[in-house]
Design a protein around this ligand. Structure first.
Ligand code: HEC
Length: 137
Protein backbone atom coordinates (compact mmCIF):
# COMPACT_ATOMS: atom_id res chain seq x y z
CA UNK A 1 0.00 0.00 0.00
CA UNK A 2 2.79 2.46 0.89
CA UNK A 3 4.68 1.45 -2.24
CA UNK A 4 1.66 2.23 -4.36
CA UNK A 5 1.27 5.62 -2.67
CA UNK A 6 4.90 6.51 -3.35
CA UNK A 7 4.58 5.42 -6.98
CA UNK A 8 1.51 7.63 -7.36
CA UNK A 9 3.41 10.62 -6.01
CA UNK A 10 6.32 9.98 -8.38
CA UNK A 11 3.88 9.76 -11.25
CA UNK A 12 2.19 13.06 -10.36
CA UNK A 13 5.51 14.87 -9.95
CA UNK A 14 6.71 13.47 -13.27
CA UNK A 15 3.48 14.54 -14.95
CA UNK A 16 3.70 18.08 -13.59
CA UNK A 17 7.34 18.41 -14.67
CA UNK A 18 6.58 17.17 -18.18
CA UNK A 19 3.62 19.47 -18.79
CA UNK A 20 4.94 22.61 -17.14
CA UNK A 21 6.76 24.62 -19.83
CA UNK A 22 8.88 26.53 -17.30
CA UNK A 23 10.44 23.22 -16.21
CA UNK A 24 10.43 21.02 -19.30
CA UNK A 25 10.50 23.79 -21.95
CA UNK A 26 7.70 22.05 -23.75
CA UNK A 27 3.95 22.32 -23.70
CA UNK A 28 0.86 21.85 -25.75
CA UNK A 29 0.63 25.63 -26.07
CA UNK A 30 3.83 25.69 -28.08
CA UNK A 31 2.51 23.06 -30.45
CA UNK A 32 -0.75 24.98 -30.78
CA UNK A 33 1.07 28.26 -31.45
CA UNK A 34 3.23 26.65 -34.10
CA UNK A 35 0.18 25.15 -35.81
CA UNK A 36 -1.55 28.56 -35.82
CA UNK A 37 1.54 30.24 -37.27
CA UNK A 38 1.77 27.60 -40.02
CA UNK A 39 -1.92 28.01 -40.84
CA UNK A 40 -1.53 31.77 -41.10
CA UNK A 41 1.48 31.45 -43.38
CA UNK A 42 -0.58 29.28 -45.73
CA UNK A 43 -3.51 31.71 -45.67
CA UNK A 44 -1.40 34.74 -46.54
CA UNK A 45 0.35 33.02 -49.42
CA UNK A 46 -3.07 32.07 -50.81
CA UNK A 47 -4.14 35.71 -50.57
CA UNK A 48 -1.05 36.74 -52.49
CA UNK A 49 -1.76 34.22 -55.21
CA UNK A 50 -5.39 35.30 -55.48
CA UNK A 51 -4.27 38.94 -55.70
CA UNK A 52 -6.78 41.14 -53.99
CA UNK A 53 -6.06 44.37 -55.81
CA UNK A 54 -4.76 45.37 -59.23
CA UNK A 55 -4.19 48.92 -58.08
CA UNK A 56 -1.51 50.52 -60.24
CA UNK A 57 -1.03 47.41 -62.42
CA UNK A 58 -0.98 48.90 -65.94
CA UNK A 59 -1.87 45.74 -67.87
CA UNK A 60 -4.79 45.06 -65.53
CA UNK A 61 -5.95 48.68 -65.74
CA UNK A 62 -5.91 48.51 -69.56
CA UNK A 63 -8.07 45.39 -69.40
CA UNK A 64 -10.32 47.02 -66.81
CA UNK A 65 -10.71 50.03 -69.13
CA UNK A 66 -12.00 47.76 -71.92
CA UNK A 67 -14.49 46.09 -69.60
CA UNK A 68 -15.57 49.51 -68.33
CA UNK A 69 -16.03 50.84 -71.87
CA UNK A 70 -18.26 47.94 -72.87
CA UNK A 71 -20.17 47.33 -69.63
CA UNK A 72 -20.24 50.51 -67.59
CA UNK A 73 -19.71 53.57 -69.79
CA UNK A 74 -23.29 53.45 -71.14
CA UNK A 75 -24.58 54.53 -67.76
CA UNK A 76 -21.59 56.04 -65.99
CA UNK A 77 -20.06 57.80 -69.04
CA UNK A 78 -16.60 57.12 -70.41
CA UNK A 79 -14.89 59.38 -67.88
CA UNK A 80 -17.01 58.12 -64.99
CA UNK A 81 -18.77 61.42 -64.35
CA UNK A 82 -22.14 59.75 -64.67
CA UNK A 83 -25.35 60.17 -66.59
CA UNK A 84 -28.05 57.64 -66.07
CA UNK A 85 -25.69 56.01 -63.55
CA UNK A 86 -24.17 57.93 -60.69
CA UNK A 87 -20.96 59.97 -60.79
CA UNK A 88 -18.15 57.55 -59.94
CA UNK A 89 -15.57 60.32 -59.59
CA UNK A 90 -17.44 62.07 -56.76
CA UNK A 91 -18.21 60.87 -53.26
CA UNK A 92 -19.73 57.40 -53.44
CA UNK A 93 -23.03 57.04 -51.60
CA UNK A 94 -22.50 53.32 -50.95
CA UNK A 95 -18.96 53.77 -49.70
CA UNK A 96 -15.57 53.91 -51.37
CA UNK A 97 -13.61 51.12 -49.68
CA UNK A 98 -12.61 48.29 -52.04
CA UNK A 99 -15.20 46.07 -50.30
CA UNK A 100 -17.99 48.63 -50.82
CA UNK A 101 -17.16 49.19 -54.47
CA UNK A 102 -16.81 45.47 -55.09
CA UNK A 103 -20.28 44.91 -53.59
CA UNK A 104 -21.79 47.74 -55.66
CA UNK A 105 -20.50 46.11 -58.85
CA UNK A 106 -21.00 42.43 -57.98
CA UNK A 107 -24.41 42.67 -56.30
CA UNK A 108 -25.73 45.86 -57.88
CA UNK A 109 -27.59 48.63 -56.02
CA UNK A 110 -31.31 49.19 -55.74
CA UNK A 111 -31.46 52.48 -57.62
CA UNK A 112 -30.67 50.96 -61.04
CA UNK A 113 -27.16 49.55 -60.74
CA UNK A 114 -27.34 46.04 -62.22
CA UNK A 115 -25.42 43.17 -60.56
CA UNK A 116 -22.39 42.01 -62.57
CA UNK A 117 -21.33 38.91 -60.70
CA UNK A 118 -22.85 36.65 -63.38
CA UNK A 119 -21.08 38.43 -66.24
CA UNK A 120 -17.77 39.37 -64.67
CA UNK A 121 -15.39 37.13 -62.76
CA UNK A 122 -13.93 38.32 -59.48
CA UNK A 123 -10.66 39.10 -61.27
CA UNK A 124 -12.45 41.16 -63.92
CA UNK A 125 -14.34 43.14 -61.30
CA UNK A 126 -11.04 43.84 -59.52
CA UNK A 127 -9.54 45.02 -62.81
CA UNK A 128 -12.47 47.37 -63.44
CA UNK A 129 -11.95 48.67 -59.91
CA UNK A 130 -8.28 49.34 -60.67
CA UNK A 131 -9.41 51.31 -63.74
CA UNK A 132 -12.06 53.16 -61.68
CA UNK A 133 -9.28 54.33 -59.38
CA UNK A 134 -7.67 56.15 -62.31
CA UNK A 135 -10.98 57.96 -62.96
CA UNK A 136 -11.17 59.06 -59.36
CA UNK A 137 -7.78 60.80 -59.37
C1 HEC B 1 -27.82 50.23 -66.58
C2 HEC B 1 -26.97 51.30 -66.16
C3 HEC B 1 -25.70 50.94 -65.38
C4 HEC B 1 -24.66 50.15 -65.77
C5 HEC B 1 -24.52 49.36 -67.08
C6 HEC B 1 -23.69 50.20 -64.70
N1 HEC B 1 -24.15 50.99 -63.69
FE1 HEC B 1 -23.18 51.36 -61.95
N2 HEC B 1 -24.81 52.38 -61.27
C7 HEC B 1 -25.93 52.66 -62.02
C8 HEC B 1 -26.86 53.44 -61.20
C9 HEC B 1 -28.21 53.98 -61.65
C10 HEC B 1 -26.23 53.58 -59.94
C11 HEC B 1 -26.80 54.27 -58.68
C12 HEC B 1 -27.54 53.22 -57.88
C13 HEC B 1 -28.27 53.78 -56.68
O1 HEC B 1 -28.25 54.98 -56.45
O2 HEC B 1 -28.88 52.97 -55.97
C14 HEC B 1 -24.96 52.91 -60.03
C15 HEC B 1 -24.06 52.82 -58.98
C16 HEC B 1 -22.77 52.33 -59.11
C17 HEC B 1 -21.80 52.33 -58.06
C18 HEC B 1 -22.01 52.84 -56.65
C19 HEC B 1 -21.83 54.32 -56.64
C20 HEC B 1 -21.95 54.93 -55.28
O3 HEC B 1 -22.28 56.13 -55.21
O4 HEC B 1 -21.69 54.24 -54.28
C21 HEC B 1 -20.65 51.81 -58.57
C22 HEC B 1 -19.32 51.63 -57.86
C23 HEC B 1 -20.92 51.47 -59.94
N3 HEC B 1 -22.22 51.78 -60.23
C24 HEC B 1 -20.00 50.91 -60.80
C25 HEC B 1 -20.33 50.38 -62.03
C26 HEC B 1 -19.42 49.60 -62.83
C27 HEC B 1 -17.96 49.34 -62.51
C28 HEC B 1 -20.12 49.19 -63.91
C29 HEC B 1 -19.65 48.30 -65.04
C30 HEC B 1 -19.15 46.98 -64.65
C31 HEC B 1 -21.46 49.74 -63.80
N4 HEC B 1 -21.54 50.44 -62.64
C32 HEC B 1 -22.47 49.56 -64.73
C33 HEC B 1 -26.17 52.30 -63.32
C34 HEC B 1 -25.38 51.47 -64.07
Amino acid sequence: MTAFFILAIIFVVGYVVLYTPAISGWSYYKIFEKKMADAQAVASSEDAREKKSFSGDEAAIAEGAKIYASSCAVCHKKDGTGGMGSDLTAELQFGATPEDIYKSIANGREGGMPPFKQQLSKTKILKVMAFMETLRK
